[in-house]
Write a protein that binds this ligand. Structure first.
Ligand SMILES: Nc1ncnc2c1ncn2[C@@H]1O[C@H](COP(=O)(O)OP(=O)(O)O)[C@@H](O)[C@H]1O
Ligand SMILES: [Mg+2]
Length: 625
């Protein structure tokens, strides 16, 4: 036991320090005023509203450079400047590749031009123009190797040299020879480029230049019978046809290149919108977390420094839906204890008080080292009921998960096994916990293996109890409820198996299985939607997925029939040695209700099948008898 006077003892919610893997928090925490502003910032960029943007940024302290980037592009095209920037760097890489291609092709052409025996006109012209192009390109390859110096005008100049060189070589080899294909590469390259002007310039100079050559040939101004690929007695209609085909293909190539550029930009825009959305959510989440931390950090409660019964009350060490938990000391023995007071808002509510005290009865009824011990109960002077428990030193799973993204397999199995034991003991005493969730699972610090304890039997249900204190209402916490709880239907111990499945899913994947913008949609997801495939979120094997699938089966009959069975299956699954029958059950389940799917229709269809007398799919792993 630690010294109660020690200011930062474990087991007490403390203001959490920023974590290394959460850089946004490091930025945000020190200047709390900036957090809502960041959320606003994200929101403002979302709509590209310049005014709101400026106002938000003014308050946020976010550098105007980032802000500018968002507003400028946003106003121009709905695309932030980030995408053109990325595309420009891609263009730089593409340009360097083109330069290398032009240099080697140009050098090869300069040699090839001198190979044929026949002395065609234009040999010197082709050699000189290509030589100039190769020189210009080599210089640019050197000059523009630094992306910072990349300049579209220089690139255009190189492009125009290439056009001239292609036309010269085409004239030399043959106006109607396939050499013109090189022009299409140039038109496409500049067409998908960043500068629309350069695209048009290359397209027009290439297409019109070639048109001039063709017209020259058709009118007899340029001779075709002296070229390397000579045309003797050319027919006008054929030359006209080839010219038209080439021109149409020029247009088609350029059009395709521009469309491709637009499609890329649109894809970027969608991606960026999604990224902004995520940033916005992250900012909101950080804000909520910071507020939560601050709230939790408030350690002075209503009862701090008071005396209730034979207990001295210290600071608050935990909060839940029902009340506040304080550190305390038993008078005389000085034994440290935890004292839970029913929240002030509920002390007038008779059934809440009844339920609160019933928690004590239940916890004492179940014998397990994995269930927190309730030692005493009473009512404080102002009428606030309280429970006295053994004081646990450590942290609840919710606290742990705020600092650890996910658990390793061994750690997760350990948790499931120990909580499984607690639930088995509860089940033996005819008790369903109904509110199993990270806040209600406590890891006690021990020298060796972690010791997990289940807290809070506040909404638990006693089998065959004359009356259920929750009176048919959906009880529990939406994200950790079972489908039958969500529907307000009859609940048995398999609801706890489901909740344990959600806890296992959460610690193994790092993500909650069921969430939603509000309770109603969370409950819908619990009842009708399968969580995302675990192996998409973390490294888990197929057998582990199967075990999770059966723990999270929407229909109670297909679920593991006890939490111990789930624990055992998960242990086998981790070694990829899951029982064949369980594998079959899980595969059959996942076939009709796959991960990530809305299974409402599948559930309805299955219900219908049972009604018309087909065998109900059951979990074959049932306990004997
Ligand atoms: N015996 C205990 N020792 C240490 N911390 C406790 C103890 N009981 C509860 N807590 C802390 O207080 C929080 C709320 O307790 P809980 O019993 O779940 O209250 P509620 O019924 O209001 O949800 C827990 O999440 C845990 O962090
Ligand atoms: Mg609780």
């Amino acid at each position: 036991m630690s010294d109660p006077s020690e200011p930062e003892a474990e087991g007490r919610p403390t203001h959490r320090a920023a974590l290394p893997d959460e850089p946004t928090e490091v930025d945000l925490r020190p200047k709390r005023g900036a957090e809502p502003a960041l959320a606003r910032e994200a929101e403002a960029t979302e709509t590209s509203s310049t005014q709101g943007d400026e106002a938000a940024r003014a308050g946020s302290g976010i550098t105007s450079a980032t802000g500018m980037a968002f507003t400028r592009g946003g106003a121009a095209s709905g695309v932030t400047t980030a995408s053109p920037m990325i595309l420009r760097s891609e263009e730089h890489a593409r340009a360097l590749a083109l330069f290398r291609l032009v240099i080697s092709a140009g050098l090869a052409a300069m040699v090839a031009v001198w190979l044929p025996e026949r002395v065609s006109p234009g040999r010197w012209l082709a050699t000189v123009v290509t030589g100039v192009t190769v020189t210009v390109t080599s210089w640019l390859l050197f000059e523009l190797r630094d992306p910072e110096r990349f300049d579209s005008r220089k690139l255009l100049f190189q492009g125009l040299c290439c056009v001239a060189s292609i036309l010269a070589v085409v004239f030399y080899v043959g106006i109607f020879s396939p050499t013109i294909i090189a022009m299409y590469i140039g038109i496409y390259f500049f067409g998908v480029g960043d500068s629309q002007g350069s695209g048009w310039a290359i397209f027009l100079s290439g297409a019109l230049g070639y048109l001039a050559l063709s017209v020259g040939a058709m009118t007899g101004l340029l001779r075709t019978d002296q070229a390397v690929m000579a045309l003797y007695a050319p027919e006008l209609p054929s030359m006209f046809a080839v010219t038209m085909v080439c021109q149409v293909l020029f247009v088609a190539t350029f059009w395709m290149a521009r469309r491709s550029r637009q499609a890329t930009l649109a894809a970027f825009e969608r991606l960026e919108r999604a990224t902004r959305q995520i940033k916005k959510r992250e900012a909101l989440l950080n804000e909520a977390r910071a507020e939560l931390d601050q709230e939790r950090a408030a350690k002075q409660g209503r009862f701090t420094d008071q005396q209730v019964g034979k207990y001295a009350v210290g600071e608050i060490i935990g909060r839940g839906a029902m009340g506040e938990v304080y550190r305390g000391w038993e008078q005389g023995t000085d034994r440290p204890v935890a004292i839970k007071f029913l929240s002030a808002a509920l002390t007038e509510d008779v059934s809440a008080v009844e339920r609160f005290f019933r928690e004590a009865d239940i916890a004492t009824r179940v014998e397990s080292k994995h269930i927190v011990k309730v030692l005493d109960r009473g009512v404080a002077e102002g009428g606030s009921p309280f429970l006295v428990m053994e004081l646990l030193e450590g942290a609840d799973l919710a606290q742990i998960l705020r600092e650890t993204k996910r658990f390793g397999m061994a750690e997760a199995i350990d948790l499931v096994q120990q909580v499984g034991q607690a639930l088995a003991a509860a089940d033996e005493s005819g008790i369903v916990h109904r509110d199993l969730k990270p806040q209600n699972l406590f890891r006690v610090q021990t020298a060796g293996r972690a010791l997990w304890k289940v807290l809070d039997f506040g909404v638990s249900k006693v089998k065959d109890a004359a009356k259920d204190l929750t009176q048919g209402a959906a009880v529990g916490t939406p994200s950790y409820m079972s489908p039958e709880q969500a529907r307000g239907a009859a609940v048995d111990h398999r609801a706890d198996v489901f909740a344990l499945g959600i806890v296992a899913y959460r610690v193994l994947t790092g993500k909650p299985a069921f969430t939603g913008p509000d309770s109603a949609s969370t409950l819908y997801n619990v009842a009708h939607v399968q969580p995302a495939r675990p192996s998409d979120l973390a490294k888990v094997g197929e057998d582990v997925e199967r075990a999770l699938a059966l723990a999270l089966a929407k229909e109670t009959d297909r679920r593991f029939s006890s939490s111990m069975m789930f624990a055992a299956a998960l242990t086998d699954a981790a070694k990829s040695r899951l029982d064949d029958r369980i594998r079959r059950d899980a595969d059959a389940l996942l076939e009709t209700q796959p991960w990530g799917a809305d299974v409402l229709q599948a559930l309805k269809a299955e219900n219908k099948r049972w009604r018309i007398g087909e065998a109900k799919p059951r979990n074959s792993q049932r306990p004997p008898g």
